[in-house]
Design a protein around this ligand. Structure first.
Ligand SMILES: C[S@@+](CC[C@H](N)C(=O)[O-])C[C@H]1O[C@@H](n2cnc3c(N)ncnc32)[C@H](O)[C@@H]1O
Length: 286
């Protein structure tokens, strides 16, 4: 199995990135959650567990500020968001404490704090590329019940749209400019998780170009720049080169986006579209 970057707890640990993250990161669309939940139901049927009454457990690994975690609450008896970053968990708890069957706890993907065979679904939203693949996969295989599902989904950047112009290439240039500030595991994002090692033979991959899982936010270039400010690579640039260098990078990105839009007006409407891709596996039911 290929090895992924497993640095984890060094990123997403300071208040700057954590607050920006909670404000500008998207949550996946209902269509994606539906596709995943349907697989879990199907897995239960295959494993001979009938509907009503059976307790269903979901673990959201690398939950961050919890925007994906709570979306799963209507479909499971218990949903637990797990993350190595306490500052991320503090935000998640503050933002989502009103959802009764959702809780958050500290833990790592490589030592999942759950009993063997006790989990129906493990989700990784924008997070699996941070984990150590062989150890994480072993843990997933241990905690999943027969017919259980591992669903990994993410997006790569966004597509800014301004007066019908799609500024995806410009956004990707900005992404690539951060070069080695991106951990190696982020290549998995460029490949839309197609190159994640296979966990089980029952394997589904839906790429972003299919347009099945889209979310969009109306706004201006400030929304796109705010989103760029939530990137771990930008945070790393800030830590290595200082606050001024990070601000200069963001200012340059803003100018470049406006220039690609053919405008110098900062208040010109600019939509931020995120297209998710999905890779999921179902554990054999017997
Ligand atoms: C890009 S964020 C994704 C957050 C959230 N799931 C979302 O939908 O935006 C990646 C998260 O994975 C966490 N993380 C990184 N390595 C981890 C590990 N080994 N175990 C658990 N969480 C980890 C980070 O602290 C961070 O909160």
């Amino acid at each position: 199995m290929a090895r992924m970057a497993g640095l984890g707890n060094m990123a997403f640990a300071n208040s700057h990135i954590v607050n920006t993250y909670a404000k500008f990161r998207p949550a996946p669309p209902a269509s994606l959650i539906k596709a995943v939940v349907e697989r879990v139901t199907e897995g239960q049927q295959k494993a001979g567990v009938s509907g009503g009454g059976a307790a269903l457990v979901c673990v959201d690994m690398g939950c961050g500020s919890g925007q994906n975690t709570t979306l799963l609450a209507p479909y499971f008896t218990t949903v637990v968001g797990v993350d190595v970053s306490q500052p991320q968990l503090d935000v998640a708890t503050r933002m989502h404490s009103n959802v009764g069957n959702v809780s958050f706890r500290i833990g790592s993907a490589e030592a999942m704090p759950f009993e063997t065979g006790s989990v129906n679904l493990v989700t990784c939203c924008a997070s699996v590329h941070w984990f150590n693949s062989p150890t994480f996969y072993r843990e997933v295989d241990r905690v999943l019940c027969p017919g259980g599902v591992l669903a990994c989904y993410s997006y790569l950047g966004c597509t800014p749209i301004c007066e019908g112009r799609r500024l995806r290439d410009t956004l990707l240039q900005v992404w690539h400019e951060l070069g080695t500030y991106w951990p190696k595991g982020h290549n998995l994002l460029l490949e839309e998780y197609a190159t994640l090692p296979q966990l089980y033979p029952d394997d589904t991959h839906i790429g972003s170009e299919e347009g099945a899982f889209r979310v969009a936010f109306e706004g201006t270039v400030e929304g796109v720049v705010g989103y760029i400010a939530s990137w771990s690579a930008l945070d790393k640039l800030r830590l290595n080169e200082g606050e001024e260098a990070a601000a200069a990078f963001l200012e340059k990105a803003k100018k470049r986006l406006l220039s690609a839009a053919g405008s110098d007006k900062e208040d010109i409407p600019m939509t931020r579209e995120h297209n998710y891709f999905l890779r999921m596996w179902q554990k054999p039911s017997s």
